[in-house]
Structure formats: C-alpha cells, structure tokens
Ligand binder design. Structure first.
Ligand code: SAH
Length: 483
C-alpha cells in the first residue's frame, strides 16, 4: 500500500463519524479523517498529514452529497469549529450521539452490546437545536483594518472573526453587541489587544433567563477594580442609554480583569444599572410521558455574572428530571449529591428525599446553593465545601452508626475527567442501594461504571440527553443498583 503525501487528492466515501465530529472513510484499508464531511458523502479530500495506516485530510469538494447532509445554518461554521455537526441533519446528530454512548459502554465499559441495547433508552433530543444557549461570551477586538468587532476566535487561534449573531445564542445578543460597538466607536473606547496588553474592553458576557426573558449584560474591562464608586467606562451613561431600553434588560455590570490571561472574567463585578442578578426557573418534567410535560414542581435560581449555571435550560430540565426519576425517591431516603455546583440537582432531590447532602469544591457555588435552598423553602439540604474524594471518605468514617449520614442514594455529576478513584471506592464502601451518575463525557463515565459494576453494582438504565445540539458533546444519565 502506498503512503499518501501531503496535498494528495483522494476520493473517498464517508462511512462514520469520529468522536470530534470528523467524517471517517476508508480507501484500500487506509483510514481517512475528513473534517466537515458527513456519513454518506462521497468527497474529494486533500491529505494534510499522513501516517502509515491513516491520514488527516481536508474536505476539498463534495462529489455526491450524503442524504443526511443539510445546508449548515451558520455561514461561519467551518472557520469557527464550535459546531462540528452543523452539516448533518439533526436526526442523524442524535443517532451519532446515541452510538457514541453505546460504543463507549462496550469498548471502555466492557459491557456486552446486547446488554447495553437492553437497558439504553432513546436519547432525549431538543425540539429546536438552535438558539438554545442562555449565555454568550463574545471577545471584543479589531479586524485587520482596525475596525472594532465582536465575534469568535477562528479555530484554535486568537484572531477574532466578526459575528454578532452566533446561532446557538439568543437573538437578543445581536442588538446588544451592535449597540456596544456603536457606543465604543462614538466615544473612542478601545478594545483590548492581548498581544500588547493595551486597550479597554475585553469581552461581553450576556445571559438571559429563559423563563421570564430577563437579560444581563456584563462588560469585561482591562482594569483593576477601583476602590471608590465611579464611572468605570468612558461616557458610561451613553452606553446605558443604548442598552437600558432594550426589552427585558434587568442588569448591566462591569467586570474587572487586568490580568494577561485566557480566563475571561475577573473576580470583581460592579453593577452599573439595574439589579446585580437575574432569576430563572427550572421545572420538573415527567420523563416517562411523550413531550416531557411539566409536573407542576419548579425551583427558582439566582444568576449573577460570576455564578455557574447550566447553559441550556430546557434540556437541563430534562436531564435533571431524569436524574430525579432514576434516584427513585419515596421521601424516606438520605441522598448525597456529589459535584453539586449551585445545588441544582440537590434541590430537585430534596423535594422528594428525607435529607440531601451536597458536596462541591467551589466555595462560592456552595454559598449560592445555600441561598437557593432558602429561596425555594428547602430546609432538608445541607452543603459542604470540599473535594468529593475527601469529604465523602471523611463522612464515611463519621457515619459508622449514624443512620442520618448513611446514603440510600448517591448522585454524582462530575466534570469531564469523571470521578476520582478515592471517591468511587468510598461510594462502594458506603454501599447505597442506588447510584445515579450524570456525566458530560461518556468515555470517563464508561470507565467509572466498570469500577462500580466490578464492586457490586449493576447498571440498570442509561439515557443520553442532548444539551449541545450541533456540537459533538452529549450528556448522559444512568443509574445502578446494588446487586
Ligand atoms: N451538578 C451541578 C454542576 C455539575 S458540573 C449542577 O447541576 O449545576 C461539575 C461540578 O463539580 C462543578 O461545579 C465543579 O466545580 C465541581 N467539582 C470539580 N471537581 C470537584 C471535586 N473534586 N470535588 C467536588 N466538586 C468538584
């Protein structure tokens, strides 16, 4: 077999999708990874980087389009790279995600394919896979001609491509961004330049509460937070005049970040108009009924520019309702919710449990969780700051003989890297009747499930929830019972 050289043109039929959304095709046993090509396409691809048995190639031309190929709704999708699946029909996107979870369970988790097929429920898709994000963070900068722009970083670079209307975000973003740019132009306000460290405006953060349409704008500037209250932006009132009249506007603030860093937000925020926070509600849904109707129960959450909050509120309701269903609570249980963030899942659980304990590493999130409990009239949820893998073993020691601390159910919702071994070990020692695992990475989930199933648990049900349409990411909820 000939090895391919850079810039060779190859005709290939795309048969599969890789984990990063790239099309995969084979020519004479040689595997090609072709970004932007979708299964069913016959394409001409240009080799970029070749190895012995596989190569990375760029899509040159679609010779015969796949029946699953659709016109990508965003004209920037190739440059941006944020939406890897935009050229694929939404039904196929869901199929890809369902298979991704299934394959990880088989390959990494070591479960038999028939077993997985028997317990896996159909993925929960979105009704509308665009405009679902309640949060947008646009960098502010200049284009090659020196014009002020907001947009997105091209691929993995730091050059900004102008765009005021990412289609995953809400349509209000555009007017807010255009008004900010106009204000900057009129008043000669500069944009931050990360190569020189000069310039004022770095980013704009926009959040919307989907339940009641409240909008929050936070302008991140390259300055330290001054001690006394003063004008933080030049001719600040002119920016306010432009923004405060927009329907739904509730909160305008400035965030201070004078560090040379990729981190977007600094620690301090000053409200310059309106309220310091907005509110949103998360409703409990009935996941067993088609259309997932509301059950009538809901929780209210306070959102500040710095607080963590799920970015797709509609799908979050479905994911957490599923976690709640999987917890199988009757009102008598003690539940531990590890990696609890601002207590979203914990508070859902508290309504149906005797007692909930939440554990989270970020102190501010725990402060928010406690406040959210009070706001929602929940008194049976207690929160601890610390690492799950440290707090849980500590309470395991204390728990001996203390019925109150012994978990009937443990819920975990860790970041991508999954649960720490010490945490999994203690979970096994605490032997709850059920474990509910919510995950944003089915590969680390499969790895952890293998450990839990090796330690006396059986996987009972697993289901994907698409929180991030157009991208390759997918959330998963599952539960295990003690055998
Ligand atoms: N369940 C939460 C958030 C889940 S995201 C919600 O519904 O909003 C994962 C959370 O785990 C983050 O809040 C992160 O700060 C926290 N975290 C990361 N590592 C942790 C650890 N070792 N112990 C406890 N929490 C951790």
């Amino acid at each position: 077999m000939e090895e391919y050289k850079k810039n060779d043109l190859v005709k290939v039929t795309i048969e599969d999708i890789g984990s990063e959304g790239e099309g995969i095709g084979k020519v004479d046993g040689f595997t090609l990874f072709v970004k932007d090509a979708v299964p069913g396409d016959v394409v001409t691809a240009k080799i970029m980087k070749s190895k012995k048995t596989y190569a990375y190639a760029r899509l040159e031309k679609v010779e015969t389009p796949s029946p699953f190929r659709v016109e990508p709704p965003c004209k920037f999708h190739r440059q941006c790279g944020g939406c890897q699946l935009q050229s694929l029909s939404y039904a196929k996107q869901l199929e890809f995600k369902q298979n991704k979870i299934r394959n990880n369970m088989v390959r990494i988790g070591g479960f038999a394919p028939e077993f997985v097929d028997g317990i896996m429920e159909p993925i929960v898709g979105m009704d509308e896979p665009l405009r679902y994000r309640n949060k947008a963070q646009y960098p502010v900068g200049t284009d090659k001609e020196g014009n002020l722009i907001t947009g997105f970083y091209a691929g993995r670079t730091h050059s900004i491509i102008a765009n005021t209307d990412c289609l995953l975000g809400v349509s209000e973003n555009r007017e807010i961004l255009e008004n900010l740019l106009e204000y900057m132009r009129e008043n000669k306000v500069t944009a931050y330049d990360e190569t020189t460290g000069q310039g004022l405006v770095r980013h704009v953060l926009i959040r919307k509460g989907f339940t009641n349409g409240e909008l929050m704008v936070c302008v991140v500037i390259n300055q330290k937070c001054p001690k006394e209250n003063k004008q933080y932006l030049p001719a600040q009132e002119r920016l306010l005049a432009r923004l405060t009249e927009l329907p739904g506007m509730k909160s305008i603030s400035v965030n201070f970040n004078a560090e040379n860093t990729n981190v977007i937000l600094g620690r301090e925020v000053r409200t310059i108009w309106g309220e310091p926070t907005i509110f949103d509600m998360i409703h409990v849904r009935d996941m067993k009924t088609e259309g997932y109707p509301f059950t009538g129960d809901s929780l209210t959450f306070k959102i500040s520019p710095l607080s963590f909050y799920q970015v797709n509120p509609v799908q979050t309701e479905k994911l957490y309702s599923l976690a709640l269903e999987y917890a199988g609570l009757t009102g008598k249980e003690t539940v531990w919710d590890l990696y609890c963030g601002i207590g979203t899942i914990s508070l859902f659980l508290a309504r149906k449990a005797k007692q909930v304990y939440g554990v989270e590493i970020v102190e501010q999130a725990i402060m928010d969780a406690r406040e959210n409990a009070i706001r929602n009239g929940i008194s049976n949820a207690k929160f601890f700051v610390g690492k799950a893998e440290e707090v849980l073993p500590e309470y395991y020691e204390k728990q001996q003989g203390d019925e109150m601390l012994h978990p009937d159910v443990i819920v975990v919702d860790p970041p991508r890297k999954g649960c720490d071994d010490a945490c999994l070990e203690t979970m096994l020692k605490m032997h709850p009747s059920r474990i509910v695992y919510v995950s944003c990475d089915s590969a680390t989930l499969a790895r952890d499930l293998k450990i839990l199933c090796g330690g006396g648990y059986e996987l009972k049900k697993i289901r994907g929830v698409d929180q991030f349409g157009m991208t390759v990411h997918v959330e998963v909820a599952c539960y295990l019972s003690r055998t």
